[in-house]
Design a protein around this ligand. Sequence first.
Ligand SMILES: NC(=O)c1ccc[n+]([C@@H]2O[C@H](COP(=O)([O-])OP(=O)(O)OC[C@H]3O[C@@H](n4cnc5c(N)ncnc54)[C@H](O)[C@@H]3O)[C@@H](O)[C@H]2O)c1
Length: 252
Amino acid sequence: MNVDSYRDQVVMITGAASGFGALLAKRLAGLGAKLVLGDRDSAELEQVAMALRATGTQVLAQPCDVTCEAQVKALVEAAVKVFGRLDVGVNNAGILTPMKRFIDTTEHELEQSFAVNAKGVFFGMQQQIRQMLAQGGGVILNVASMAGLGGAPKLAAYAAAKHAVVGLTRTAAVEYARQGIRINAVCPFYSATPMVTDSEVAEQQGFLAQGSPMKRLGTPDEIVAVMLMLCARDNSYMTGQAIAVDGGLSAY
Ligand SMILES: NC(=O)c1ccc[n+]([C@@H]2O[C@H](COP(=O)([O-])OP(=O)(O)OC[C@H]3O[C@@H](n4cnc5c(N)ncnc54)[C@H](O)[C@@H]3O)[C@@H](O)[C@H]2O)c1
């Protein structure tokens, strides 16, 4: 990746108050990007934004629940109003669903997962693509999961929505390839963000690690390194891909 890949690039990240989103924002700040950050947790989001502004980074932070189309639209509009364009959109906000057997999964859990994990990405993509068409190109990265590429036992509602993210990614990538919009998805295996460490998955980390050829989980830094590579300006021929970052799991 060219070191100047992100200098003065306007990058929007949803779910930026924690985990991958917050870490990506930090890395991008170090690379000279201008940041547009959204999260439904406005207090945590402001903490992240304040820390980044203290380093001299230009940050627009705005509460944004991705299940609400109007709030997602407002975030993209704010980006364009403040910075004049949107170079990169990262649809990262997501929730894990309770681990339970397929036959015990409820309609409500399926709807919740789709509302955040799939519809939230769909709203983000639509708004970002409209702006990118108007300005003549851009890059979108959707945060899917290994649960978007294969079966995820006890996570039916999560896996179904993450498969939808991969479908949205591939479809839009093909539709907008000629308009200079690259759209990819990243598909991490488990990694120790608060989604994992603060949930019922936490106690299973050792067991889950054994599932990957590397016999360990990925660090958030390792996932964010791939996110940076995927969105970089010089990664200009890759679109429509759902990239596994999984310690070799998908190679079995
Ligand atoms: N950590 C993992 O092991 C792992 C693996 C594969 C995929 N992912 C995906 O990575 C993405 C980031 O997750 P993370 O691990 O950093 O988790 P995290 O819980 O640390 O961060 C998720 C962020 O999304 C925000 N969020 C949740 N619902 C929202 C909504 N409706 N609107 C706006 N913001 C909302 C949360 O407030 C939080 O700040 C998610 O899409 C997740 O599914 C995570």
